[in-house]
Design a protein around this ligand. Structure first.
Ligand SMILES: Cc1cc2nc3c(=O)[nH]c(=O)nc-3n(C[C@H](O)[C@H](O)[C@H](O)COP(=O)(O)OP(=O)(O)OC[C@H]3O[C@@H](n4cnc5c(N)ncnc54)[C@H](O)[C@@H]3O)c2cc1C
Length: 481
């Protein structure tokens, strides 16, 4: 008899969900991955249009974890390039090296401002030495590690542009994780002694990148899973049915006809109910909680309503020129320019555009429903081209084409106090014996790709370990659809 209960069901086909699905597949489990988007990859997908390719914001792969490094290198055999990272910050009509180089900074900011930065940093160190103070907000953390002047010149504007809220409302934990181990003294030491930042990911000067864009990692994972199992794109999870703190089934909706049955003997149609044994969710934590049926207690829903995400709008401009910049990323803190970061994918891999052409990708940080989010695609392209012209990068008549992508829930928003709400959700969800939450949106954590992959692998390995310990499962001769 076909036993639908012996299935591992994965919610979300980003790097986390696919890595989990890949490991479970290899271990011989029946795996089904459900992804609402038309393609796999989630935030790490690559979009292709007429030979031009771009990621949602340029994704470099870098990890200090040997296991994850080998996992990706084995999977991507022959597809990876080693790319040198060189980035700049555009402020006060000048370009500054990132990471900071003292001589460049001194000339750019002027000697008095540089002296003020150093004096401020020293004062802050002495102040903290005399009276230890807890860093609650991003502002506290940056002032303590870089001094007040540096905070005002760079971090304040850039962070507020990225997050859309004041630095005093952003939790310090986020920045401490994001630029782990970095301080003004380490940045200066790096600049003078040229250590390659191996122990500080944000300073690492080389990274690997697939020739055809970061989305290839997810595509390769999909290919591997589909050797024996299924990945359903264009299929969104709508409801999660449970009883006695066990998930029984999910209800999914397919967006693109035709709709053949998703289970053997089942009836076709856009809506299907999928039963399973283990459920891994990598879709946003807040969505998961809201989809539970019956609904969780009021305080759990209330905690979910207090966690917010920052959304992202990407504008890609295809240009009739071989190359515009030689940079990996250009950071733009100033608010008068509406986008926060630029990258030119052809500097990452020549294959990201047809011969003799290039593409520039701008990130607009936004909240769903705000002016940027609601702006028409044509309006966004117009603003982007206008600003690229102002910055001296391109001329309007060089633009061949454009593409706008709206990426909801791109960044978990770490507002002061968020952790309490997160813990309430973790606590409630941990009571479900066959539900495993993983990944960046899934855990509401600031995960990079290596962490997302690791989170998927770890979750799958735990499931496999539990199964092999359970003799009932070991002795069973499983029959799958
Ligand atoms: C602008 C930007 C730049 C970045 N740059 C880097 C970088 O340079 N290096 C790096 O290592 N990391 C980078 N990251 C982080 C990286 O993108 C993430 O760590 C990684 O993609 C997270 O993978 P995930 O699978 O956990 O989450 P996601 O990619 O968010 O995957 C979750 C999936 O769930 C799907 N989903 C949601 N709701 C449903 C539903 N109801 N039903 C079915 N499916 C659903 C979504 O469509 C999505 O595919 C960057 C992120 C952003 C936003």
């Amino acid at each position: 008899m076909t036993d639908l209960k012996k299935q591992a069901i994965v919610l979300g086909g980003g790097l986390t969900g696919l890595s989990a699905g890949y490991i479970l597949s290899k271990a011989g489990l029946r795996v089904r991955v459900f992804e609402s988007d038309a393609t796999v990859g989630g935030l790490s997908k690559t979009i292709e249009k007429d030979g031009f390719r771009f990621d949602l914001g340029g994704h470099r792969f870098f990890t200090r974890d040997k296991k994850i490094d080998n996992f990706v290198k084995d999977l991507m055999d022959g597809e990876l390039l080693s790319v040198h990272r060189t980035s700049k910050i555009y402020m006060r009509n000048k370009y500054f090296d990132y990471p900071l180089r003292p001589v460049n900074a001194m000339f750019g900011l002027g000697i008095p401002t540089t002296m003020k930065i150093i004096a401020d940093y020293g004062t802050e160190k002495v102040r903290r030495f005399i009276r230890e103070k807890e860093n609650i907000s991003l502002e506290d953390w940056v002032v303590s590690n870089f001094g007040r002047t540096m905070f005002n010149i760079y971090f304040k504007e850039y962070s507020e542009k990225v997050w859309g809220i004041e630095c005093s409302s952003i939790c310090a934990e986020w920045v401490a994780q994001r630029i782990k181990g970095l301080s003004l003294s380490k940045a200066i030491k790096n600049a003078f002694f040229r250590f390659s930042g191996k122990d500080i990911p944000t300073l690492a000067d080389r990274f690997v990148y697939p020739q055809l864009g970061i989305g290839r990692i997810s595509e390769r994972l999909r290919e591997e899973i589909e050797r024996n199992n299924d990945v359903y794109t264009g299929t969104s999870v709508e409801r999660i049915n449970h009883s006695n703190f066990r998930i029984d089934s999910i209800e999914v909706k397919r967006q693109i006809p035709p709709y053949p049955p998703l289970v053997k003997g089942g009836i076709g149609g856009d809506l299907s109910v999928i039963s399973g044994e283990e459920f891994i969710s990598s879709m946003p934590l807040t969505s998961l909680v809201r989809m539970l049926s019956p609904a969780p207690p009021h305080d759990v829903l209330d905690a979910a309503s207090k966690l917010r995400f920052r959304d992202l709008v990407i504008v890609a401009i295809m240009v009739d020129r071989k190359r515009v910049t030689d940079q990996t990323w250009i950071y733009i803190p100033e608010k008068k320019i509406p986008f926060g970061r630029i990258h030119e994918p052809t500097n990452w891999s020549e294959k990201m555009a047809p011969d003799g052409k290039t593409i520039m990708v701008m990130e607009f940080f936004s909240f769903k429903g705000d002016k940027i989010w609601n702006q028409t695609d044509a309006g966004l392209v117009e603003i982007t081209v206008e600003n690229l012209e102002k910055l001296g990068f391109i001329m309007k008549n060089e633009v061949i084409d454009s593409e706008v992508v709206r990426a909801p829930r791109a960044y978990p928003l770490f507002e002061v106090g968020y952790k309490k709400h997160c813990d309430e959700l973790y606590d409630y969800l941990s009571r479900f014996r066959n539900l495993h939450i993983a990944g960046r949106s899934g855990m509401f954590r600031y995960y990079n790709m290596d962490h997302a992959i690791e989170s998927g692998i770890d979750t799958a390995e735990k499931i496999i370990e539990n199964r092999t310990q359970n003799t009932e499962f070991r002795s069973q001769n499983e029959v799958f659809v």
